[in-house]
Design a protein around this ligand. Structure first.
Ligand code: TYD
Ligand code: MG
Length: 446
């Protein structure tokens, strides 16, 4: 046997180097490179498939994907119609958000007529039993296996041959072949590769739980994204009951799709109409705007709130929840330069109500108008929705899915929409107000 090859792996981003470095050249973090045995070449060759045929594109159409339900129709829709055989789904989220609860519930429904193996390294069998009792789950086809050794898990998989696998979590599982500790980059990769290989060979779907922390993750889902088929993020505020499943990557469907749940004392419940849910508590006061959000095929109406008050300290605060604070700073600068709305001696708070995080720039105009509304202490008409990207010179730029956004707003009784002029949209039953500049939007509303 030859000499064992070792590599230095950045625990932050997964960068590999043949020699030790104080600073990772890829992500710039200090002291994150750790020496590990190099299993990468072996691991890569693990996922092998049959030799594919060469066929014209239309001939492949017949190879229809067979989908199976997760037992929750909103989750099925977000995944593009259910789980595909052999599909590996990484579910990422902060501790305590409800990943284990969701997967135990999905396992229970899946196990109505099939065998499910739920492997847990996070909790003991009795802890899971306690949760199951709370959720009223008592299914003989749902097998719980509290284990952390990958080799033993694979052995049990061979014996039990389940129709669905849940691995909770990738950070607590480790391969005995590797010297590094559980949760390190090479361990989580190895575990994910080997589980994926098993699932592809046996043609069974799997959910793998990946913990992430608020500060950003060490050996988290980022380094696993390219191995798995699908990445879903489970988010929400821990002390709030909304829980949102967001599809970040999907080889078998589109990204940006969402499914909304509500956490109750008996577990998670599907929310069939997320828009109704999010705007049900909307404030009838200055600073509140309804924004039709979408990154995928399903829009959802969200309430954007802004609060502008005289600053308490010399450096005024800009605080946000569910929205990028740097983007807010930019919008405030544009409002000042292009519309003479001054907030430099004011604290500005912006909040996406309901615990959802919005990253798409189409929310800019809604945020800007919420700020102006709070500053002027003038309400925005209750029947109005707003969307559009704000450019650096105050121009309002076109965004995707305008049509879908308007339809969703109309469905919930909204009658007016402030939208980018370039979209050139019309919709029956709604008054569309096209604007090309931020000052024009302010004139329309106030
Ligand atoms: P959990 O699924 O353990 O989160 P994760 O696996 O992401 O760490 O969820 C834990 C939280 O959920 C915990 O704070 C209690 C709450 N919870 C409920 O509110 N209702 C329930 O029925 C259950 C099972 C949990
Ligand atoms: Mg858990």
């Amino acid at each position: 046997m030859g000499k064992t090859r070792t590599v230095f792996v950045c625990q932050e981003c997964g960068y590999k180097s043949v020699k030790w470095l104080g600073r990772c050249p890829s992500c710039g973090e200090w002291n994150t490179l750790v020496e590990e045995r190099d299993f990468s070449e072996e691991s890569f060759s693990l996922i092998r498939r049959e030799d594919p045929k060469v066929l014209p594109v239309s001939s492949w159409e017949n190879e229809k994907l067979i989908r199976e339900s997760t037992g929750y129709s909103n989750l099925d829709n977000a995944l593009g119609g259910g789980l595909v055989k052999g599909q590996v789904v990484l579910i990422a989220g902060e501790p305590g958000i409800g990943k284990s609860t969701l997967l135990l519930q999905v396992s229970d429904r899946y196990a109505r007529d099939k065998k499910v193996l739920y492997v847990s390294g996070e909790e003991s069998g009795s802890q899971i039993a306690l949760r199951a009792k709370r959720l009223n789950i008592n299914n003989p086809n749902l097998l719980i296996y509290p284990e952390i050794s990958l080799e033993r898990i694979l052995k049990v998989l061979e014996q039990e041959n389940p129709s669905l696998l849940v691995l909770d979590s990738v950070q607590t599982t480790f391969s005995e072949k590797l010297e590094s500790s559980a949760g390190s980059v090479s361990q989580v990769r190895e575990v994910t590769y080997r589980i994926t290989e098993y699932c592809k060979e046996r043609n069974i779907p799997a959910f793998i739980v990946g913990q992430i922390t608020k500060e950003g993750s060490i050996a988290g889902p980022k380094v696993l994204e390219h191995i798995v088929d699908t990445v879903i993020q489970f988010e929400g505020e821990r002390f709030n009951f909304y829980r949102i499943v967001k599809v970040i990557k999907n080889r078998f469907g589109s990204t940006g799709e969402i499914a909304v749940f509500r956490m109750t004392d008996r577990g998670l419940e599907e929310v069939a109409e997320p828009s109704a849910f999010f705007i049900s508590e909307k404030a009838k006061a200055p600073g509140s705007v309804v924004f039709p959000h979408t990154e995928g095929s399903k829009p959802v109406l969200l309430e954007i709130q802004a609060l502008v008050i005289p600053a308490l300290y010399t450096t005024p605060q800009r605080k946000t929840q569910g929205f990028d604070p740097n983007r807010l700073a930019l919008i405030l600068a544009v409002l000042e330069k292009e519309a003479k709305i001054f907030t430099r001696d004011q604290d500005v708070f912006v909040n996406v109500a309901g615990g959802m995080t919005v990253k798409e720039p189409s929310v800019d105009l809604a945020v800007a108008m919420a700020v102006v509304s709070s500053k002027k202490e003038k309400e925005i008409p209750q029947d109005t929705v707003i969307f559009g990207e704000v450019g650096l010179s105050g121009e309002i730029r076109a965004v995707h899915f305008g049509d879908l956004r308007l339809k969703e707003a109309r469905r919930f009784g909204f009658r007016k929409a402030l939208i980018p002029k370039n979209l050139d949209l019309e919709i029956e039953g709604m008054e569309v107000l096209p604007v090309s500049h931020i000052s024009e939007a302010i004139e329309f509303l106030f």
